[in-house]
Design a protein around this ligand. Structure first.
Ligand SMILES: Nc1nc2c(ncn2[C@@H]2O[C@H](COP(=O)(O)OP(=O)(O)OP(=O)(O)O)[C@@H](O)[C@H]2O)c(=O)[nH]1
Length: 458
């Protein structure tokens, strides 16, 4: 080897040594090189920082002495290790008393993980890592798991289900089986499987997730379905999960069977939002539900329709059969409306003999078809009252708005304008709102030609 080669080799060695020192300084863990008796030859700043609180006299010259109070066995472990090289211990946890002060004001112990390597007969390398947070998180996770397990196995009238960002159920657990009877085949299906088929639309399913994102939770109460088709009264709370994995659940659904409590809560609801004569929703409930639905459809664009129904020549029915006879007709009409529309629709009595139905996610033609079917069904039926057979008809106005534009006032005004047009055109008709009706009256007109015979006495 020439002198020149020798110089170049020395330079290379020096560069490698520099790189090694730099690595030692920048490494995100504590690295200590010591001789076989623990005398420290070299240590990086992180290890100095981690070990300094253990040093009694302020000096750090021996690894075993520094760790004596927290890992007294380390020196012995090292002496007992008879292989020429290898791992003497791997991630040994040592708890330091000098921990940081937590929120409660108590000292929280700091935990170091120590890995000790025997490099050769004379040298040791210690890798020291502060794992306090990691250990605390693992403990928290274990605790959460234990709590969740206790809930899943111990509470009988709750079902807990994870759902993903599209509303599909992500995993099955015994609580779902217990409350709903659904098995593992529920996984991957939308959470609407717990609802009667007409009680939730695909849009409403997503609305509730959005509501949970915005408000922190979303709660609804109503009829729910079990796997065998039987129903129960349930409340469903959806809450977003804080740490979402890309493929994991994004929300937690807590489904509770509240059949026992239904009567009391239904009574309260009826008192506040129910119509005393027909049992349908009242005007207040209708407006509240409509504002909510139109608000949602402003966020996720879709059509919302309203149909208003008004009994024709109702005054004449009252005059002929008395007020109770008129009431019987209103109750008959209410019952037909209630059984015709979906659970998700809001059927309300909003005036004396005026009814309104809100149809979420429904366009004008579809709403008009339903209204027409109802009109013709009513025209063919008879109400039995006090020995009389009362025949009656209804007129209907149908209107629709896209994306909640104009709110319920505009939607109802248009439905009423169409209803007025139906009355003007002779009653017992369905009219759709169209731009030409803009500016026409929205209230029922005065006396119109009365049709002949509204009853055939039995
Ligand atoms: N029985 C009964 N009648 C009611 C109730 N609320 C309002 N009415 C009556 O409904 C009638 C409505 O009459 P009008 O507004 O003239 O309408 P109409 O006779 O149905 O005529 P058109 O709507 O134009 O076909 C009035 O006589 C009211 O007293 C109620 O709760 N029960």
């Amino acid at each position: 080897m020439t002198v020149r080669d020798q110089v170049s080799e020395n330079e290379q060695l020096r560069a490698e040594h520099e790189a090694l020192i730099q690595f030692l300084y920048l490494a995100p863990v504590g690295l200590v090189q010591a001789d076989i008796d623990g005398a420290i030859a070299m240590m990086n700043p992180i290890s100095a920082q981690l070990l300094m609180p253990l040093s009694r006299c302020g000096g750090l010259d021996n690894l075993f002495t520094a760790l004596e109070s927290v890992a007294p066995d380390l020196r012995h472990l090292c002496l007992a290790y008879d292989r020429p090289t290898g791992k003497i211990c791997d991630g040994l946890h040592v708890h330091l008393n000098a921990g940081s002060t937590g929120k409660t004001g108590k000292k929280t112990p700091q935990i170091l993980a120590i890995t000790l390597l025997k490099l050769d007969a004379q040298r040791l390398m210690a890798v020291i890592d502060d794992v306090t947070l990691q250990v605390r998180r693992e403990r928290q996770l274990r605790q959460n798991d234990a709590w969740l397990n206790a809930i899943l196995t111990g509470i009988t009238d709750y079902a807990l289900a994870g759902i993903d960002a599209e509303g599909a159920i992500t995993e099955w657990n015994p609580s779902i089986g217990r409350v709903t009877g659904f098995g593992e085949d529920a996984v991957g299906q939308p959470y609407s499987i717990f609802y009667p088929p007409d009680a939730i639309t695909p849009e409403r399913l997503l609305d509730r997730l959005r509501e949970a994102d915005n408000d922190g939770w979303s709660l609804d109460e109503g009829k729910r379905t079990r796997a065998d088709g039987s129903s129960f009264w349930g409340s469903a709370l959806i809450a977003p999960l804080p740490d979402r994995e890309p493929d994991g659940p994004a929300y937690c659904l807590i489904l509770r069977d509240i059949t026992d409590k239904r009567e009391a809560s239904e009574r309260r609801r009826r008192e506040a939002f129910g119509d005393y004569l027909t049992g349908l929703a009242n005007r207040r409930a209708f407006f509240e539900a409509a504002e909510q639905e139109l608000g949602r459809s402003r966020v996720v664009p879709r059509s919302t329709s309203v149909i208003t129904f008004d009994a024709d020549n109702f005054k004449a029915i009252n005059d002929r059969h008395g007020h109770p006879g008129g009431d019987a007709v209103l109750q008959h009409l209410a019952a037909i409306l209630a059984e015709t529309f979906r659970e998700v629709d809001v059927v309300a009595r909003i005036g004396g003999e005026e009814f309104a139905v809100l149809l979420p996610s429904t366009d004008l033609p579809r709403a008009a078809v339903v209204a027409e079917r109802l009109r013709s069904a009513i025209a063919s039926q008879v109400v039995h009252f006090d020995g009389s057979r009362i025949r009656y008809t209804v007129s209907a106005g149908v209107a629709c708005v896209d994306n909640g534009e104009g709110g319920i006032d505009l939607l109802l005004k248009r439905a009423d304008q169409a209803l007025y047009a139906a009355k003007r055109a002779g009653r017992n008709r369905v009219e759709r709102w169209r731009p030409e009706l803009e500016g026409t009256p929205a209230r029922t007109p005065g006396p119109l030609p009365q049709p002949e015979g509204t009853s055939d006495d039995a």
